[in-house]
Design a protein. Structure first.
Length: 146
């Protein structure tokens, strides 16, 4: 799955200080699309956020970068579920686990991983409720949800 063009990807690599603001913009746009029930647009926005988070992980795989990656993946899965695309949810779940394994990341948030599992294999309503509650309680995210 590719959502960013090569030029934008290279610009972000050359300007790493723009990684977090780009992730915030993409997730904010995705949240707006979800609220407007524009599932395809939301999936594209969150796809961009996932790719930005992957670039950030490659540069600095700290806990905050891991959390942004997991949040973007969960939001992307929510959009896929609304589109009825369970196959893409499973693909993204395996991709997330593979990347975390490649980077030997064992520090990721168990709660976020639980939300991803719920989107992949469980009841999407429960997963969405958990995700939105978690995002609404995070100071950085509260501003982008309103």
């Amino acid at each position: 799955m590719r959502y960013m063009c090569n030029g934008h990807r290279q610009w972000l690599i050359d300007n790493p200080s723009e990684l977090t603001p780009s992730w915030q913009r993409a997730t904010s746009m995705g949240c707006e699309a979800m609220l407007g029930e524009h599932w395809q647009r939301a999936a594209i926005c969150f796809g961009n956020a996932v790719e930005v988070a992957e670039l950030e992980l490659a540069r600095n795989p700290d806990r905050a970068a891991q959390q942004r990656y997991l949040e973007a993946a969960a939001q992307m899965m929510a959009a896929f579920r609304r589109l009825g695309d369970q196959r893409s949810c499973r693909f993204l779940f395996s991709r997330v686990l593979e990347l975390l394994e490649q980077l030997s990341m064992r520090d990721f948030c168990e709660e976020s991983l639980g939300i991803l599992k719920e989107f992949t294999f469980g009841d999407s309503r429960d997963a969405e409720k958990s995700m939105w509650q978690k995002l609404a309680s995070t100071k950085e995210r509260r501003a982008s949800l309103h």
